[in-house]
Design a protein around this ligand. Structure first.
Ligand code: KG4
Ligand code: ZN
Length: 343
């Protein structure tokens, strides 16, 4: 019998204010994120101070809404979970201080969770509209790919994660966003590149695939970013305009090709057939199609959870935290935050 059956979770590590109510086994009763894209768009990227300020305004009303929407009372919540690392310090602090104050006044156990552990475990989340495929389970390979991270893990069991590779410079989402910015497509740009690519040819230009000649499973996207800039500098404004779709498709292909090739190498190395792709970049239509073609060819079981559990969300944090609480792992009121990526 698990003593923690239902938790309320908070995620404020970057620019999304997220609250979720999750039950043991990964059933999501409520999960809501307040996106701050509009606030950061004029600056072409996330402004940390602004993110923290918005969290401080949005978080408590969202917690209130979570309880009201689920018709739950605090007595129905067994514990609290909060992301306390890694992320923007000013953003993390809002979530951690709020959850500590609630835990203290309500006398509830709570635990701080690693944001990346949340992404790694997002494959177990389910709800009224989505059921996890039966074949999914430990061990599996997890590719967490977003604006902040690009990491590949061998997930052996809960809490036992081997890092097979990670980016040595920029994250894949950042590479998408920077090229979109160079093209004047706005922020966040990944979705714009994706949209424009659908009308273009991936064979228009061959952009570099970072670190593919190396044996390592690490990633590098800064060379691609520079190559994107150089390519645009070599073209006239009219040519950029007329080749916009082709530029996007070719640039996107370099990122997707790199991600799928590294996944394939990880499979070759481990022979693990369960594969999870998660993080905001998993929304990319070309990554989804190239990933499923690859999985079909290799006869692998590829899972890409619904987007609401791939982008930053509190449900994945709630799942990870409940597993920890049920193992007797609690945080105390001295819990702090850290910007450092530790898995
Ligand atoms: O997970 P997420 O919402 O936040 C973090 O960065 O943690 O991921 C956001 C990233 C951004 O870089 C965004 O441009 C990228 O995911 N993204 C996409 C697409 N949708 C979102 N990248 C490529 N294609 C998309 N369709
Ligand atoms: Zn994330």
């Amino acid at each position: 019998m698990k003593s923690f059956k239902r938790v309320l979770a908070v995620e404020t590590s970057c620019d999304d204010t997220s609250v979720a109510v999750v039950e043991h086994g990964g059933k999501v009763l409520y999960s809501q994120s307040l996106n701050q894209d509009l606030a950061h768009r004029p600056f072409g990227g996330i402004v940390p101070e602004l993110a923290g300020r918005n969290h401080s305004q949005n978080l408590v009303p969202l917690i209130d809404q979570a309880l009201k929407s689920t018709s739950l009372d605090w007595k129905n919540i067994d514990g609290l979970v909060v992301t306390n690392r890694p992320g923007l310090v000013g953003s993390l602090l809002v979530g951690v201080v709020t959850v500590k104050s609630l835990a203290w006044t309500l006398n509830k156990p709570f635990v701080g969770v690693n944001h990346l552990e949340g992404h790694i475990l997002a494959g177990f989340l389910n709800d009224d509209e989505y059921t996890v495929p039966v074949a999914f389970g430990y061990p599996y390979l997890a590719l967490a790919v977003s604006g902040g991270h690009t990491s590949l893990y061998h997930v052996k069991s809960f809490g036992n994660y081997e890092v097979l590779g990670k980016t040595i410079d920029d994250a894949a989402g950042e590479a998408f966003d920077k090229f979109a910015k160079m093209l004047g497509l706005g922020f966040p740009g990944g979705v714009q590149i994706d949209k424009h690519s659908q009308k273009g040819s991936k064979n228009f230009h061959s952009f570099p695939r970072g670190m593919l000649s190396h044996d390592s499973l690490d990633f590098s996207f800064s060379g691609l970013k520079t190559a994107g800039l150089r390519k645009l500098e070599s073209m006239s404004t009219e040519d950029i305009k007329s080749e916009l779709y082709n530029l996007c498709a070719s640039y996107q292909e370099a990122i997707v090709d790199t991600l799928v090739t590294k996944l394939d190498r990880a499979y070759e190395k481990t022979k693990i057939k369960n594969i999870l792709i998660t993080g905001g970049v998993s929304a990319n239509s070309r990554l989804r199609s190239a990933g499923s073609e690859w999985a079909d060819r290799r006869k692998l079981n590829l899972i890409v959870p619904p987007l609401r559990y791939c982008t930053d969300n509190a449900a994945m944090i709630g799942y990870a935290g409940m597993e920890r609480l049920n193992r007797g792992e609690f945080s105390d009121l001295s819990l702090g935050v850290s910007p450092v990526v530790s898995i």
